[in-house]
Design a protein around this ligand. Structure first.
Ligand code: PMV
Length: 328
């Protein structure tokens, strides 16, 4: 591999305490801190080559030249890295997701974490993990949480430097599994950046934000104590609050499909029947069913039997972003 080239791999992540809304849209400073788990096996792998002969940034996405909007978003992120880090020249970027595109799994967190780590390494910069999380955040807020390993907290902060993420438990800490019920693989109609901008138009957002720090503490303690009952209660509540804000924003955002609600209700029923499982949803209709490892198979097969479930993906807690030697 040439000197100015590097490849990095980063997992997607699922938030237990959600990020929704910014105090600063440009810097992506969130209105509240958030918590997540990296999703092992669902990752983006990105190669960056800083190439003095290029006259613009180039992007190959999943083997094909990317559409202009995607290339532009990557170029904007690289501009920011050039400015902040004193890098020069343009970059050839090649990125692929190992999880099926259009499976409705948020890919921007994995993509911008991998892009940031690969671009810094290819530019021969030795940055701390904390610094990498702040840079990844500028591409996509949740990307900051895909840089550290395992279970991760992103501190809201009031400045660029203060708004960073760090791991609070390694992947082995708790055998928690995300069994993802895919009900629609279609791309979401409203990108999350627009949703963050309209979150403050909901009368419910101040109430959601007011309680966020307390929910975060409850959730973090539940994870540290491996207390599934406490975890389930706060995770579902936090997801419901975010979706209530989405639905009452102006214009409103309705991400659920009929199958989404069917699954949410089934998950609550299965919990009363003894399975350790709860749900959380991002900005889309697919349902992340979080469960203890012993119950993962039962949850997977029950989900497969529900109407409207197109596919089920399974992910355990994953590692942080890392520089790798590509296989091909
Ligand atoms: O990082 P973004 O801008 O794609 O926002 C992510 C928002 C949610 O997935 C809905 C919540 C979260 O904390 O991941």
């Amino acid at each position: 591999m040439s000197e100015n080239m590097a490849t990095a791999r980063a997992c997607a992540n699922i938030a237990f305490i959600k990020y929704w809304g910014n105090t600063d849209d440009l810097l992506r400073l969130p209105v509240n801190g958030s918590l997540s788990m990296n999703l092992n096996g669902l990752y983006a792998e990105t190669t960056v080559h800083w190439d003095a002969t290029l006259c613009e940034d180039a992007l190959i996405l999943n083997g094909k030249p990317a559409e202009d909007a995607a290339r532009q978003r990557v170029a904007t992120h690289l501009n920011m890295m050039r400015e902040r880090l004193g890098l020069t020249g343009f970059a050839a970027v090649e990125s692929q997701n190992n999880f099926p595109m259009g499976a409705g799994i948020a890919s921007s967190a994995a993509a911008f974490a991998a892009l940031t780590v690969a671009a810094a390494q290819a530019g021969q910069l030795e940055l701390s993990e904390r610094e990498l999380t702040t840079l990844a955040r500028l591409g996509s807020g949740s990307a900051s949480r895909s840089v550290p390993t395992g279970f991760v907290e992103w501190y809201a902060g009031e400045t660029h430097e203060e708004s960073y993420a760090e791991s609070f438990a390694p992947p082995e800490h708790w055998n928690l599994v995300d069994v993802i019920a895919v009900v629609s693989g279609e791309h979401k109609a409203v990108v999350s950046a627009r949703g963050h901008q309209t979150a403050s138009t909901s009368d419910l957002q101040p109430a959601r934000v007011r309680g966020a720090a307390e929910r975060l503490t409850v959730c973090k303690n539940a994870i540290l104590n491996r207390d599934f009952a406490a975890f389930a209660e706060v995770v579902e509540y936090d997801s419901n609050l975010m979706h209530a804000v989405m639905m009452t924003s102006r214009p409103p955002l309705f991400y659920w499909l009929p199958a989404t609600l069917t699954i949410m209700q089934a998950v609550r029923l299965w919990r009363t029947e003894g399975l350790s499982v709860c749900y959380t949803l991002d900005a889309g209709p697919n349902v992340h069913c979080l469960c203890l490892g012993d119950d993962a198979q039962a949850v997977e097969s029950r989900l497969q039997g529900l109407p409207g479930v197109e596919k089920v993906l399974v992910a355990r807690a994953g590692h942080g972003a890392e520089v790798i030697t590509p296989t091909s």
